[in-house]
Design a protein around this ligand. Structure first.
Ligand code: GLU
Length: 290
């Protein structure tokens, strides 16, 4: 199994890492190391409006300070644009243009099919992929959360693969990226769990190999609010790296002896059992420390 493991961490450069993203990065790194696998770093910079100047450099510095070394050169979504277009062309027959705005959809979680039969022009509109009940049923065994299944047609409906601002959707990009990078094991935050059936659906439509998934709990503040870059969550202080890693390992249920970062991580990689993580989407009661 060792040689065939390829993991990855794929932060969006919309701000510095916070404790929740450091936890996901550490879990993914430990899982790769525990399997003798490779761990790749991809910067998800596709969504230019969300990209913040300096965020990528800050993320790389934080990973380095915390001993989370990556293999091979950093990959960027902005290097993959022609691959997204090629994937879209493969799907073109199954897509239709949609002019609905978020407001038109009134926040509905399932797309009601408004533009399905309208034959609108591609230009200036989003493109949605048709999902039917047969191709839309996806179930998988998440290594942390257990069996997860979703009927994409019923829960989500036809979903966007190309945005009206003429860039690939997150779903399309991530499936193309992971396949290009040969990723076999995805370890990421549980906030992305309900995207996975759409990604499995897309992967099947594009004929890509199916990766293994593990969705680790995300970290919430004591108030129960998910830590994210949008709610002024505490950015990681790289000067407290050893303390942060101890904190993350404790949240992952590990209680390491004293040591420097390399020792802590090596100790944790030896004992890593992803199936022992709490099977919850959110780790509650965390009080943000600065
Ligand atoms: N770039 C995405 C994020 O930061 C994660 C992509 C993924 O892990 O699939 O939320």
């Amino acid at each position: 199994m060792a040689a065939s493991y390829v993991g990855r961490f794929a932060p969006t450069p919309s701000g510095p890492l916070h404790l929740g993203s450091l936890l996901a990065a550490t879990a993914s790194w430990l899982d790769a190391r525990a399997h003798g696998g490779r761990w790749l770093l991809r910067i998800d910079d596709l969504d230019a409006p969300r990209t913040v100047a300096g965020a990528e450099a800050a993320i790389l510095a934080t990973l380095e300070a915390h001993g989370l070394a990556w293999d091979a050169t950093v990959v960027r979504q902005s290097d993959h644009l022609q691959h997204y277009r090629a994937a879209l062309e493969t799907l073109a027959e199954r897509c239709f243009a949609c002019r609905c705005t978020r407001r038109d959809l009134h926040g509905a979680t399932r797309y009601p099919g408004t533009c399905r039969a309208l034959r609108l022009p591609r230009r200036g509109n989003a493109l949605r992929l048709r999902v039917d009940a047969v191709s839309g049923l996806h179930a998988f065994d998440d290594r942390v959360q257990g069996r997860y299944s979703q009927q994409v047609a019923a829960a989500i409906g036809d979903y966007v693969v190309w945005r009206r601002d003429d860039i690939a959707s997150y779903q399309l990009a991530v499936v193309v990226d992971d396949a290009l990078m040969g990723v076999t094991h995805i370890v990421r935050g549980a906030d992305l769990l309900d995207n996975t059936p759409r990604q499995l659906h897309l992967g099947a439509c594009l004929g890509k190999a199916k990766p293994s998934y593990a969705h680790v709990p995300i970290v919430a503040e004591a108030s129960g609010v998910k830590l994210s870059k949008h709610n002024a969550a505490t950015a990681i202080d790289d000067r407290a790296a050893r303390y942060n890693i101890r904190n993350v390992l404790a949240l992952l249920g590990l209680d390491p002896p004293r040591g420097d970062i390399a020792e802590l991580l090596a100790w944790a990689a030896q004992r890593w059992r992803i199936d022992r993580l709490p099977r919850v989407p959110v780790l509650p009661g965390f009080v943000a420390v600065s």
